[in-house]
Ligand binder design. Structure first.
Ligand SMILES: [Zn+2]
Length: 176
C-alpha cells in the first residue's frame, strides 16, 4: 500500500471516530441476549468489495456477525463459525454466493497455475491448498449449506440457509 493511500484511510478514520459511539461491552450484550433467549445470526459471504452484506441485506447495526472470504465458502469459514457459536450461541447461518464472482472465472487448476506462476513453489509447500472455485453459485451454495449441516448438531440446532445474490440487480433468492 502506498503511504498516500494509507494516509487517506487514516484521515477518514479520524473523521469517522469523531462521530463514533461505543457499541458497549460485548459480554454485557451477550449476557442480555442469552437471558432474553435471542440467538445469534452469522452471514458468510464473499470478500468482493462491490457487495458488502450490510448493504445488499440492509442490515441494522449489530444484527448479524459477518464472515467474508473469497467466494463465501463455508469450509474456509469453519474456525470463525465455531468460535462465534461458542461465544454467541448461533441460531441462524446464512450462506451467500453470488453471480459474477471472482471465484467463478477460473477453475481450480487455473487458480493453482496462476498462484504457482506468481509464487513458484507454493503448491509444493501447501499441497492441501484448495481454492474453492465456483462453477455455479446455485450449486456451490447448496454444497456449502450441506457441508455445514453435516457438522454434529448444526443441522438440528440451527437454521442454515443458502442464498444467491444477483450482483447486478442486487436481488437475492433463497436456493436452499
Ligand atoms: Zn465473489
Amino acid at each position: 500500500m502506498s503511504n498516500s493511500k494509507l494516509a487517506y484511510i487514516l484521515t477518514r478514520n479520524a473523521t469517522y471516530a469523531q462521530k463514533h459511539t461505543s457499541p458497549g461491552s460485548l459480554l454485557a450484550r451477550i449476557n442480555a441476549r442469552k437471558s432474553a433467549g435471542i440467538q445469534g445470526t452469522v452471514i458468510i459471504s464473499c470478500s468482493d468489495p462491490r457487495i458488502p452484506p450490510e448493504t445488499f441485506l440492509a442490515l441494522e447495526k449489530g444484527e448479524a456477525a459477518i464472515i467474508r472470504n473469497a467466494g463465501g465458502r463455508t469450509r474456509d469459514a469453519v474456525r470463525s463459525l465455531v468460535a462465534l457459536d461458542a461465544v454467541g450461541n448461533l441460531g441462524t447461518i446464512i450462506v451467500v454466493h453470488h453471480t459474477d464472482c471472482g471465484m467463478s472465472h477460473t477453475d481450480e487448476a487455473g487458480f493453482r497455475a496462476k498462484t504457482e506462476a506468481r509464487h513458484p513453489g507454493i503448491a509444493a509447500s501447501e499441497p492441501g491448498l484448495v481454492f474453492g472455485a465456483i462453477r455455479d453459485p446455485e450449486e456451490t451454495v447448496v454444497e456449502d449449506v450441506e457441508f455445514l449441516k453435516s457438522f454434529p448438531g448444526f443441522g438440528e440446532q440451527m437454521d442454515v440457509v443458502g442464498l444467491v445474490l444477483d450482483t447486478h440487480t442486487g436481488l437475492v433468492k433463497q436456493v436452499v
